[in-house]
Design a protein around this ligand. Structure first.
Ligand code: FES
Length: 162
């Protein structure tokens, strides 16, 4: 399902991206360049932001997977859920929550451990012991962080961190 109402989605205030509260809004691109149900990347300096049109409205989050920083903008978008192209992690753009942990496992946002897993039809992967396995186990997959946005005269404006 795609949204017909072109408006910013609401998000939990606790999930606002650091440095954006009170930051000025900067025009990014015409809303016509974000078709319903699509997503695209916006870059400013070394900051990459993912804009996505979801059933709850338009969201702006880091274009870095909360697992190991892969660009979510080249992943999949189904409703509110974006799929990461690297380890099959899936994240809810409408709530900020992890929907499916990456295949590498690791810690969720609340610090609970999740083991490695393999997608259906693929051989289970053995997690070899050692420092890399420990790094995977200790990698925390945090909730998404949101950049405030608004729509003014047909343009999307984003509060970039100041
Ligand atoms: S980098 Fe996205 S799931 Fe690992």
């Amino acid at each position: 399902m795609v949204s017909m109402d072109r408006r910013p989605a609401a998000f939990l205030p606790t999930l606002v991206a650091p440095g954006t509260e009170g930051a000025p809004f900067v025009p990014a691109f015409d809303i016509a360049d974000l078709p319903p149900g699509s997503m695209r990347r916006v870059t400013r300096g070394d900051l990459d932001i993912l804009l996505a049109d979801t059933p709850d409205g338009i969201v702006a989050v880091d274009d870095r997977c909360p697992h190991m920083s892969a660009p979510l903008s080249i992943g999949s978008l189904e409703g509110c859920v974006v799929g990461c192209p690297l380890h099959d992690g899936r994240f809810d753009l409408c709530t900020g929550d992890v929907v499916q942990m990456p295949t590498t496992g690791g810690l969720d946002a609340d610090g609970n451990y999740h083991p490695t897993w393999s997608p259906a039809g693929r051989e289970p992967k053995v997690d070899p012991p050692g420092l890399k396995a420990e790094a995977r186990r200790l990698t925390r997959v945090r909730r998404l962080r949101y950049y405030p946005l608004r729509i003014v005269d047909g343009r999307i404006e984003i509060a970039f961190p100041s």
